[in-house]
Design a protein around this ligand. Structure first.
Ligand code: CTP
Length: 151
């Protein structure tokens, strides 16, 4: 697509996160800490997409993520791809992968779990990636993707 027709302007250097479902946009912003950084961040939501209905896109100037940081959004945006931009060109495309451990993002479904009472980061070990099943580090209950609550 010609750059002049982009809904959200092209960036010179940085990262473009594409194919996020609009309803997850602000959670992704939160998880990546984009609400606290000084870099220029632009985003669009409810954009037309052939792959997903109503997608969102985030463009972060002069920010390049480590794979570990990217993986934090895997539960929310499993189909997201990250485009690394240098001097206006896409030089790399990265995909998100479910990490082996999920820390502080999700809430254990077990109402009696200590992680829901104390001020502590929740912690899960991933026992299956597809379908997603994780084991709570504290109460050892298995949470399915449907049971997990993303904070
Ligand atoms: N992009 C950008 N600034 C640039 C170059 C690209 O914001 N200087 C954005 C594009 O708008 C697009 C994404 O980065 O949203 C990926 O660019 P590109 O690979 O050229 O687009 P597509 O071929 O449409 O990629 P895909 O099919 O993977 O979405």
């Amino acid at each position: 697509m010609a750059k002049t027709k982009l809904k959200v302007s092209a960036i010179k250097d940085g990262t473009v996160i594409d194919h996020i479902h609009t309803e997850n946009l602000f959670k992704v912003i939160n998880i990546l800490g984009l609400d606290k950084i000084k870099n220029q961040v632009t985003f669009g939501m409810n954009l037309e997409s052939k792959k997903i209905g109503g997608k969102a896109i985030i463009k972060i100037s002069n920010k390049f993520f480590e794979q570990e940081e990217i993986n934090k959004i895997a539960m929310l945006a499993p189909n997201a791809n990250l485009n690394v931009i240098r001097d206006y060109e896409v030089v790399e495309k990265k995909i998100v992968e479910i990490p082996d451990q999920i820390v502080g993002i999700a809430k254990c479904f077990n109402p009696k779990c200590i992680s829901n009472f104390e001020h502590m980061d929740s912690m899960f070990t991933v026992v299956s990636k597809n379908p997603l099943e994780v084991k709570c580090h504290y109460c050892e209950k298995i949470n399915t993707k449907e049971q997990l609550i993303i904070k």
